[in-house]
Design a protein around this ligand. Structure first.
Ligand code: FAD
Length: 452
């Protein structure tokens, strides 16, 4: 047994930190975990979980309208923001308690308070100093609002879930998946939603066809989508907020949501006294084993600025615990990580975009289809699904699958398994479809896409 208070002290009880702490404790390590805000971190409290609950709420809005074509004499009921918000709070409190119980059950000690690193083996939490052989930084990310006049009136994803009253007029600034998802949520709940993005097309990093299709579908769904425009200033007046835009236009809003990016959460961590290297993007630099340049200090999850997704932080937490406390060598395989954007309809994607595939493979073949999902033949909704396969001609492997359509997240999860198993286009072709589904199109696309 070492002379330290703990074998491992984790700072941050989010996705990665909790998983690492629980697994290390399971291997017999003496573990403490410091958390100053909420159990379960961003995902549970202000990320994936409340977001998905609000997406379900938003989908009802469309559902009531779509039902009419199927014979339901449905007048759209009134939406009550306070009910949704407060039910969400109750559910999150339940999850917080489960997280706490899981840590207790694993034998990890919870230290309530902000962790600040004093030296390579000491962390201050509250007034107390604790020593540990290894320190793991898993403090995640934090939303960032740029400097401009009136930026104090903007809110971020940290606050938007808990607004006192429903924003009937919402302006969302940003073009990443979080901005797109909130636009879908508030548009579906009935807010007049405007989304602003400074570039020519949002969802940078996604396949170009998906980006273009999403722009069309989201605009059709009622979001006032505006590209190549930014906010100059926000003023508060008697009738709400006035948002001045760089194109000279003005918007009136009840709330302005900034979703223009997140930064590694390093505030008060005490890194300035340490050898831990923070890169030019403001994230902690680590090697493949999540070691910082200080041998006893490790970091993983969003704070390292990698792929900012919960399953990635979980996988890193597990690999860290197995390597350091379980005597196992395990690396996270970052190839073919599937992901979804929970807009309406949903985007699901895994593998290379067309642009990436062109740069990586000598010859690729594309398969694309776009159609009206069966449900909307009767609902009358003007909504189209889009699906795309990218195949490496040399090996026939499917190296990119992108979709926007009903249940895309659920569908792409299954496709990702096939892709990781090395599925070729020939295997897709000999797989029988499930009829009638949207997903069956993935195994019936026979003709390569020809450019016009
Ligand atoms: C709006 C939104 C939607 C998202 N949706 C999805 C999604 O659908 N799917 C998905 O996979 N990912 C989603 N994400 C991303 C996902 O939430 C993160 O990738 C994930 O939570 C990262 O886990 P982490 O362990 O690195 O950090 P976090 O989960 O952020 O946890 C960090 C924890 O550290 C605590 N902390 C920080 N500093 C200190 C300190 N000094 N002392 C003590 N405690 C500290 C924080 O309070 C926090 O609890 C979403 C994120 C947002 C913001």
């Amino acid at each position: 047994m070492s002379n330290f208070d703990y074998d491992l002290l984790v700072i941050g009880a989010g996705s990665g930190g909790v998983r690492a702490a629980r697994m290390a404790a399971g291997f017999g390590a003496r573990v403490a975990i410091a958390e100053d805000r909420y159990m379960g971190g961003t995902c549970v409290n202000v990320g994936c979980v409340p977001k998905k609950l609000y997406v379900y709420a938003a989908q009802f809005g469309k559902g009531f309208e779509d039902a009419r074509g199927f014979g339901w004499d449905s007048n759209k009921p009134r939406f009550d923001w306070a009910v949704l918000r407060d039910n969400k709070k109750t559910e999150i409190a339940r999850l917080n308690a489960i997280y706490r119980k899981m840590l207790d059950g694993a034998g990890a000690q919870l230290l309530n308070g902000r962790g600040s690193i004093i030296d390579a083996h000491t962390v201050e939490v509250g007034e107390q100093h604790y020593t540990a052989e290894k320190i793991l930084i898993a403090t995640g990310g934090w939303p960032h609002i740029p400097d401009f006049p009136g930026n104090q009136y903007a809110v971020t994803s940290n606050e938007i879930f808990d607004l006192d009253s429903f924003p009937e007029r919402l302006v969302i600034v940003g073009g990443g998946y979080i901005a797109v998802e909130f636009a879908g949520i508030f548009n579906g709940l009935g807010a007049h939603t405007t989304q602003l993005y400074r570039g020519p097309l949002f969802l940078r990093g996604f396949d170009v066809d998906i980006r273009a299709h999403a722009a069309r579908e989201i605009a059709k769904s009622g979001v006032d989508l505006r590209f190549e425009v930014n906010v100059r200033s926000i003023r508060q007046g008697a009738a709400g907020l006035t948002v001045e835009l760089t194109d000279g236009n003005q918007l009136q809003a009840d709330a302005v949501l900034y979703a223009t990016g997140r930064k590694a959460h390093l505030a008060g961590l005490g890194l300035e006294n340490m050898r831990v290297v923070v890169n030019e993007r403001g994230a902690i630099e680590v090697d493949a084993q999540y070691r910082t340049s200080e041998p006893s200090i490790f970091a993983l999850g969003d704070v390292t600025g990698g792929i900012e997704l919960t399953p990635v932080a979980l996988a890193e937490g597990m690999a860290f615990a197995r390597c350091n406390f379980g005597g196992l060598q395990q690396h996270v395989d970052y190839e073919f990580i599937p992901t979804a954007v929970f807009c309406q309809p949903t985007i699901g994607t895994v593998g290379f975009t067309e642009e990436e595939a062109r740069a990586r493979f000598e010859n690729i073949r594309l398969f694309k289809t776009s159609f009206r999902p069966m449900k909307h033949t009767l609902s009358g909704r003007d909504e189209k699904a889009f699906m795309k396969l990218i195949v490496d001609v040399a090996t026939d492997r499917v190296v990119g699958v992108h979709m926007m359509g009903p249940d895309a997240g659920e569908i792409i999860q299954g496709i990702a398994i096939a892709m990781r198993a090395g599925a070729t286009k020939a295997i897709f072709d000999t797989t029988l479809g499930i009829h009638p589904t949207t997903a069956e199109e993935f195994v019936t696309m026979r003709e390569p896409w020809m450019e016009d």
